[in-house]
Design a protein around this ligand. Structure first.
Ligand code: PHE
Length: 471
């Protein structure tokens, strides 16, 4: 009897977000990160803008929104980490989706920590420039920086240690407290930078690059990449949103929260492109330095703008990179939390021990990634997906976002749309309006999750497998 009471009180006391805005902040903190600020501008550049952006936006609406809703729903219903959630709602076969998610999380966190580490050095450079005056970096400086193996190992280590530090403190005190303060500030600074960028001469060129689609410019691999990025940037397909949804209060509206996260994330990604491309088209010297390393766009282009074009840039630049670091941190936190919550719930580990093991395992992957940017030849030239995707880091990025996440997402749609007890959907999101009619959003969600999203993902995957382009 004692054990039963204890067990009941434990399961009732699963930690929850401390406030109404807790979920929305943490979930948008997970979604908004290097995907928006670093990756989206650079892959959009490679895919020639316009048409790629359209495909990405379509993917966000048709695939991103329903899967976001589905993941939160699974999490909140089960109040468990992804593996146990699928186990409970669908049985042990379905829990394989959860395991795939954990593996995907490890892979993403492994390379993400390396890129995130760059925010630390950017911050330090900016402090230096703010105090001693700005001097534009020499050509090739960035290549030298990422090729410095020891430095990359150190930076990614620091970043993983920071992530582990927050995770070990738990949900409320760690994750929620940090994102609550930092995300709004990041938003304000981005808005300010957009407004300032709009005053630069390259504005029109930037807008037409982003918003005038020409489908003959879209490389065949671009469609898969756009779909994959929709998953990546929204943190979907691997259980992060299931995990966060599991800490969500039953009174919250899943529809509203899901839509808000999707909208915030998309707005931020587009804003990052507007800022970045306006600078590239306005400042000739930036255009030259960018052609060599688009990967470094966020880290090369922006300081130039901040220090040469923007009022108060000297103050804003270091602050901006701290915030980018925090945006990345709130994403790495969600990645590690998926792994850690599994170790806690399934292996019955303490949070501390689970954090140590999760972060330690991830660092092994980070080591290979950190050394694959020039430091070790064999790792830097390693290639499965062909030109432009050489090196362990790019290969894992491509593998995780273009294959592992969409496959995970596909199974989530099939599970929620076709196999899960449909009454759960009704219970979690509400089927009826006050007047007794069936809710429009409910109908739309059902249609999207059963037909639109799985067909769209399958169509892309099949067309890639049967012919178009493997990269
Ligand atoms: N969405 C995060 C970003 O855009 C990355 C991420 C992917 C986080 C998958 C969690 C899960 O930076």
């Amino acid at each position: 009897e004692f054990r039963r009471v204890l067990f009941r009180s434990m399961s009732q006391n699963r930690e929850q977000w401390g406030s109404r805005v807790g979920f929305i902040l943490a979930a948008s903190g997970s979604a908004i990160g290097l995907g928006n600020l670093w990756k989206f501008p650079y892959i959009t550049w490679h895919n020639n803008g316009g048409a790629f952006v359209i495909v990405y936006l379509i993917a966000v609406i048709l695939i991103g929104w329903p899967i976001m809703t589905a993941e939160i729903l699974i999490g909140r219903k089960s109040q468990k980490n992804p593996v146990l959630a699928f186990d409970e709602l669908g049985g042990s076969n379905w829990s394989l989706i959860g395991w795939l998610g954990v593996l995907t999380g490890l892979v993403i966190l492994g390379y993400y920590a390396v890129i995130a580490g760059w925010t630390i050095t950017s911050f330090i450079s900016c402090m230096n420039w703010s105090m001693n005056g700005y001097t534009a970096p020499e050509e090739g400086a960035f290549g030298e920086f990422i090729g410095n193996g020891k430095l990359q190992l150190l930076l990614s280590f620091i970043f993983l240690a920071l992530t582990a530090g927050v995770i070990s403190k738990g949900i409320k005190k760690g994750i929620e407290r940090a994102t609550k303060i930092l995300m709004p500030i990041l938003f304000l600074i981005i808005v300010y930078m957009v407004i300032m960028a709009l005053g630069l001469p390259g504005r029109n060129e930037a807008f037409s690059f982003i918003f005038s689609p020409d489908f003959s410019n879209l490389p065949p691999s671009g469609i898969l990449e756009a779909v994959g990025h929709a998953f990546f940037t929204l943190s979907l397909g691997m259980g992060a949103m299931i995990t966060y949804g599991s800490y969500m209060d039953k009174k919250e509206s899943i529809f509203k929260n899901a839509a808000l996260v999707v909208i915030l994330d998309t707005v931020l990604a587009i804003a990052a492109c507007v800022i970045m491309y306006t600078i590239i088209f306005s400042v000739p010297s930036v255009k030259d330095s960018i052609s060599g390393s688009t990967v470094g766009m966020l880290f090369i282009t922006l300081p130039n703008l901040l220090y040469t074009e923007i009022p108060f840039g000297t103050i804003l630049a270091p602050v901006f990179y701290i915030l980018v670091g925090f945006a990345a941190l709130s994403s790495t936190i969600s990645l590690l939390e998926v792994i850690v919550s599994l170790l806690i719930d399934k292996m019955k580990m303490s949070r501390q021990k689970a954090t140590l093991i999760g972060a330690g395992t991830t660092y092994v992957i980070s080591i290979f990634c950190a050394l694959s940017l020039g430091a070790v030849d064999a790792l830097s030239s390693f290639s499965i997906f062909g030109p432009g995707k050489e090196g362990v880091l790019s290969t894992l990025d491509h593998l995780a976002s273009n294959w592992m996440l969409p496959v995970g997402g596909l199974f989530i749609t099939i599970f929620v749309g076709w196999f899960m007890d449909q009454k759960i959907i009704q219970d979690e999101v509400g089927k009826f309006n006050d007047d007794g009619s069936v809710n429009f959003t409910y109908n739309m969600f059902k249609f999207f999750i059963r037909f639109i999203a799985p067909v769209a993902i399958l169509a892309v995957i099949i067309s890639v497998i049967f012919g178009k382009d493997f990269s």
